[in-house]
Design a protein around this ligand. Structure first.
Ligand code: AMP
Length: 469
């Protein structure tokens, strides 16, 4: 999921800027898109299921009109949540006024908060965290002197990953959860407009210069050209930036915690080559998120880097496809081997991660059918053995291949000639590339920075001790 906001003093075509920003953030969510424009407290909304360019056209963008601020959202979710009603931003009219809210990340205590609100008589129309977030803020607003005070009070009730953008008639508020699980930054354009987004690549897309990232727990209020930072929650919890941002989630041209994502991925590839060397003729990366690590692997090992798989640019991330059958077909449609690169060669195939194991098994088969003599699979992330509760929506151990199989078994299942994961200690090395004080590596080591969501607590107890890798 991703949020994007723009705020200035003049009324301009803010919706077009948000459109460009969301386009740059499309990799973080492909299920729905939406924009709310604020024109002196009059909110105009357009949101729907689909990709940014499916949801918006000239007509709908023009209909959003001009304003001095706007927020937008792209959504990523699990099966069954694609309904239009789950599209953000959401607009809430409460007793003290109006607000629009967009969120990214996932709360680990959403179910508890929702239950508490339901018992107090609230009715929910969606299944998204943003509605829970808006209810908690609205409740706090009733007894707060300002919207930022309400946000501040609400933030201490949220646990887990949350980047929040909130627009009231007069203010734009950006907030980052106390653990700093996901990144959010802001910058400024030459015309003075401030821009807020999960990743710096979105700032680039609208010609804004990065000012800085929000600190964990920080709340920033933009109003009438001024920027106020509220730091009441800063330092409350140990910083736990999601390591998967570097591995997979973020775009390589973004900078997170002061480190270029591309650089972190190359470094991971180099460390992978040191840990799992192999005699081979060519290193091939899985487009797109495996490419940087493959370059790193090639550089460290001295084995030439080659383009061995071509991605059809017009197809979305395979992971988003609902149902296993569709997902498997999509791999073939999405990636095609380059025979000239791989035929008769011993290939090192580098991917950013192995989650369910479906993609790499298909790719090994594809490369072999294109004449590869051997395929040595390398993952620039350690074995993914624990569910993620903070936004990646991998909330079940059942589908994680490394939970149920050893390295030897996975090698066999995928048809690879060998398999090597990045070592956990090397993840610590990548972490040093950034300036975050701490990282969440729970998907690899099970050390969650927050309590595990109640509803999941017992379901996996028996299996957790059986992790094979
Ligand atoms: P698989 O092993 O078949 O589940 O596919 C793994 C691939 O999915 C990786 O190479 C990533 O490119 C991608 N991936 C990893 N984590 C996620 C995620 N949380 N959401 C979507 N795609 C992901």
């Amino acid at each position: 999921m991703a949020v994007f906001g723009i705020v200035g003093n003049e009324k301009t075509s803010v919706a077009s800027s948000v459109y460009y920003g969301l386009f740059a953030l499309q990799h973080r969510g492909q299920e729905s898109a939406g924009i709310v424009v604020n024109d002196d407290g009059v909110f105009t909304t357009h949101r729907d299921s689909g990709l940014v360019d499916e949801v918006f056209d000239h007509k709908s963008l023009n209909a959003l009109g001009k304003g001095n601020m706007a927020i937008g959202h792209v959504r990523y979710g699990t099966l069954g949540t694609k309904e239009r009603v789950n599209a953000e931003p959401i607009v809430v009219n409460h007793i003290k006024g109006r607000m629009a809210i967009a969120t990214s990340g996932k709360l680990s205590n959403a179910a508890e908060l929702k239950r508490e609100l339901e018992l107090a008589g609230h009715i929910f129309h969606t299944t998204i965290d943003a509605e829970v977030v808006s209810c908690v803020i609205t409740k706090e607003r009733l007894t707060s002197a300002s919207i930022e005070e309400a946000v501040s009070r609400a933030m201490s009730k949220f646990s887990g990953g949350l980047c929040l953008l909130l627009m009231s008639p007069q203010k734009m508020i950006a907030a980052r959860d106390r653990y700093g699980l996901h990144p959010i930054c802001y910058g400024q354009r030459e015309d003075g407009q401030y821009v807020i987004a999960d990743e710096s690549c979105a700032l680039d897309s609208v010609g804004a210069t990065l000012i800085r990232e929000l600190d964990p727990g920080e709340i920033i209020v933009f109003q009438g050209g001024s920027v106020k930072s509220l730091r009441d929650h800063c330092g409350e919890c140990p910083e736990s930036l999601c390591i998967f941002e570097y591995i997979y989630t973020a775009r390589p041209d973004s900078s997170i915690a002061g480190c270029a994502v591309h650089k972190a991925r190359r470094r991971a590839g180099a460390l992978l080559a040191k840990a799992h060397p192999v005699e081979a003729d060519i290193v091939v990366g899985v487009p797109d998120s495996g490419l940087d690590a493959a370059i790193g692997y090639a550089g460290e090992s001295g084995i030439p880097y080659g383009i061995g798989l071509i991605k059809n640019k017009y197809i979305g991330r395979t992971f988003i496809a609902p149902g296993q059958d569709v997902r498997e077909d999509k791999v073939k449609i999405k990636l095609n081997p380059v025979r000239d690169t791989v035929a008769g060669k011993r290939v090192v195939l580098v991917d950013d991660s192995i989650v369910r194991g479906t993609t790499c098994a298909k790719l090994v088969k594809l490369l072999k059918s294109a004449g590869a003599k051997e395929v040595h699979l390398r993952s620039s992330a350690p074995a993914f053995i624990n569910p993620c509760y903070y936004g990646t929506d991998i909330d079940s151990k059942d589908s994680l291949i490394a939970c149920n199989h050893t390295v030897e078994e996975i090698t066999k299942i995928t048809g690879a000639d060998s398999l090597g994961y990045l070592r956990l200690e090397d993840v610590t090395e990548i972490c040093k590339s950034g300036n975050a004080k701490g990282y969440c590596t729970a998907c690899f080591d099970g050390k969650y920075p927050t309590e595990i969501p109640k509803k999941y607590e017992n379901k996996y107890d028996n299996k957790i001790s059986e992790n094979k890798k």
